[in-house]
Each structure stands twice: as structure tokens, then as C-alpha cells.
Ligand binder design. Structure first.
Ligand SMILES: [Fe+2]
Length: 174
């Protein structure tokens, strides 16, 4: 239930344990209380033909965290980006594919640093730095994920710190 998720996230954030420990605690809360698609409205589940859509589900009054649902039609993806704060997300419908990157020493290229497909029920947590990533719906159906950020995204507009419009080095296995 979203109500339980909000309450447990509030308790975790109140411990003021730092970004990584807080993200780990919030991930446990999301695993326990992962909302179902049925808790979203039909409009929130629908998605958009042009791009993935963000729906604000909760913004904490003191600005300490917010919860959003992201709805992705097949093939839709984020740019490569990182965040201003910790982020926890869980997939509640479909499959999301996440690619991680690091900046090379010159800061002018991205280096692939791993990838994984996240099915329904999978919860992941990030705390900057080291959170440069791109997310894509690789399934044939609309995907939905719940994201919790350590800030009120409705106040600051977005949790994205930077979009990386840089070439990606192709790693050779040879
Ligand atoms: Fe992200």
C-alpha cells in the first residue's frame, strides 16, 4: 500500500543516516510495500506515445522525499543522467533495462559499467556519486516503476543532476 510505503520511508529518512544507508533502508521499505498497478489510476498506467511519463504520487511536506510512478511504452528510455540525491526504484509492471556508466579520466567519454534487466518486483537503490545511468523499457508492453527520491521533485522540477550527451566508448572483448 502506498500509505505504508510513505510511513516507512518517512521513518527511514528521519534516521538521517546519510544517503547510502537511507537508500538501503528505503529499498527495504519499497520491497515490503511495493505498490501494484491497481493502486494507480488508469490515466497513470496509460503512458504516452511520445515519451515516458512521470506521475507524482506523494511529496513529503518538509521536502525530504517524494514518490513518483514512471510509465514507459515499449522502447521509451531516459537520456543518460545522474541524480542530485539518492534514488530507490522498483518495477511493478513490465521489464526495465538499466545501463550504468562511468566517466573516463578525461571526462569527455562515458564507459559502460554494467547493465541489468529488472523484472516486476525488483528493487534497486542508488546514492550519488557513481549513479550515471540510462533506463529503457525493453519489453513488448507498457512498463511501470515506482521511484522514491531524497528530495521533493515537484519543488525542484526534477531529480536529475546532469544529462550526459557524450560519446560512449565501445568496450572490445578482444
Ligand atoms: Fe535515474
Amino acid at each position: 500500500m502506498l500509505r505504508d510505503l510513505i510511513a516507512e520511508t518517512r521513518s527511514a529518512v528521519a534516521l538521517d543516516a546519510g544517503w547510502s544507508p537511507t537508500a538501503a533502508l528505503v529499498a527495504e521499505a519499497l520491497e515490503r510495500h511495493l505498490p501494484t498497478p491497481g493502486e494507480l489510476t488508469a490515466e497513470q498506467r496509460l503512458g504516452d506515445a511520445d515519451r515516458y511519463v512521470t506521475h507524482l504520487l506523494h511529496a513529503e511536506d518538509d521536502g525530504s522525499f517524494s514518490i513518483v510512478a514512471l510509465t514507459w511504452r515499449p522502447g521509451q528510455q531516459t537520456p543518460i543522467h545522474d541524480h542530485v540525491t539518492w534514488c530507490v526504484f522498483g518495477v511493478i509492471q513490465g521489464v526495465e533495462y538499466e545501463e550504468l556508466f562511468t566517466l573516463d579520466d578525461s571526462g569527455t567519454c562515458l564507459v559502460p559499467a554494467g547493465s541489468a534487466a529488472a523484472p516486476v518486483g525488483e528493487v534497486s537503490a542508488f546514492a550519488p556519486p557513481g549513479d550515471i545511468h540510462r533506463v529503457r523499457n525493453i519489453g513488448d508492453d507498457t512498463a511501470i516503476s515506482i521511484h522514491i527520491y531524497g528530495t521533493d521533485v515537484s519543488r525542484i522540477g526534477s531529480s536529475v543532476r546532469r544529462v550526459y550527451d557524450l560519446p560512449v566508448l565501445q568496450l572490445s572483448s578482444m
